[in-house]
Design a protein around this ligand. Structure first.
Ligand code: ADP
Ligand code: MG
Length: 329
């Protein structure tokens, strides 16, 4: 992170903007701006983990998206931030701006959202509704025992870096929708749910308490998101790009597309976490128990910076950028 002041009219990045105008030291909270969730005192022995995520039509989803999928995704991306802290979902609020009140559309939206809420025991406890451009802003609340939260500032040199599931399918599907590349129909059908109805890794996040050091969910692309762990933990990382887990559909794409999708593709909502090497066997057992692949992709280093290598250990370059709402438009 740089503290340099941008020139008066230089464009502010999303993170510069948050840091400059909205990041304050906290006195009552245990953790403020800068992690997947904030932490405030909760029920005895616990912190309450809190996160807000907003989805805006035309920016985070296509205006003609199926409402059931939209309802699911709006909650899923919020539950994913709880998962990234190791928190157990408890409740959420829903702020909704709607261009019109269409009963059939609303019923589908609510069904998609509340089915996922019920699956995680997360209760809808309030919100706000107004007419306006279609926008959903949810705030989730979860419980995490004191000192058990998986914070971005907790990575240590020598930690292994792990990724859950596979990376890049959501970006692969998005690229097809945008006409950047064209996938055979069966391939698109296979990867599309990763973009439309992501799975928050809640059980994994909770199981990683005491086993992982740092964690976050990959919403903006691995390179940028891992950068947040490195900055906050004041460490570096060595990543084996060829080890990054990808689906068979993505693995059949040209190398350049694979790299773009696994390194900079957002919206997969997998967890990236660091853990001591002594926990490898326990993590392999956890992977089996959850029927969720966990892949070791690199190491945290004392030397700052992110270094990418291929399987043979040769340095490799990637010049693409992670997603930023203000740097790209
Ligand atoms: P995530 O991708 O995990 O949801 P973001 O990248 O959206 O996190 O946000 C980064 C950090 O900045 C988070 O801690 C978030 O709570 C905080 N943040 C984002 N926007 C604002 C804002 N307008 N005011 C205060 N904090 C904010
Ligand atoms: Mg997050």
């Amino acid at each position: 992170m740089s503290d340099a002041q941008p020139a008066p009219h230089a464009p502010l990045s999303e993170f510069d903007l948050i840091r400059r105008y909205f990041t304050r030291p906290v006195h009552k909270a245990a953790l403020g701006v800068g992690d997947d969730c904030a932490l405030i005192e909760g029920r005895p022995g616990h912190h309450l983990a809190i996160s807000t995520d907003m989805l805006v039509s035309g920016r985070h989803f296509f205006a003609d998206v199926a409402p059931r999928a939209l309802g699911h995704k709006a909650l899923a991306v919020n539950l994913s931030d709880l998962a990234a802290m190791g928190a157990e979902p408890r409740a959420f609020t829903l702020a909704l701006a709607l261009p019109e009140a269409d009963p059939a559309w609303l019923a589908e939206l609510a069904d998609g959202m509340l089915a996922l809420a019920d699956a995680h025991g997360c209760e809808l406890v309030g919100g706000d509704t107004t007419r306006g451009p279609l926008t959903l802003s949810l705030t989730v609340f979860g419980d995490v025992p004191h000192r058990a939260a998986l914070r971005r500032d907790a990575a240590r040199p020598g930690d292994d870096i792990w990724i859950s599931g596979t990376l890049g399918d959501a970006r692969l599907a998005l690229g097809d929708c945008r006409g950047e590349w064209l996938l055979p129909e069966p391939d698109f059908t296979q990867v599309r749910p990763r973009m439309d109805t992501p799975t928050p890794r809640v059980a994994l996040g909770m199981a990683l308490r005491g086993m992982a050091h740092a964690a976050l969910d990959i919403s903006d692309g691995l390179i940028g998101d891992l950068g947040h762990i490195l900055a906050r933990s004041q460490v570096g990382a060595l990543i084996d790009v060829d080890a990054l887990p990808r689906s068979a559909v993505l693995a059949s794409q040209p190398e350049a597309i694979q790299r773009e999708c696994v390194l900079a593709g957002g919206d997969d909502y997998e967890l990236c976490f660091t853990a001591p090497a002594g926990n490898r066997d326990a993590l392999a057992a956890l992977s089996e128990r959850l029927a969720l692949p966990l892949t070791r992709v690199g190491t945290i280093t004392a030397e700052p910076g992110l270094r990418l290598v291929d399987h043979a250990g040769n340095p490799t370059r990637y010049t693409g950028a992670s997603f930023d709402h203000f740097a790209s438009s």
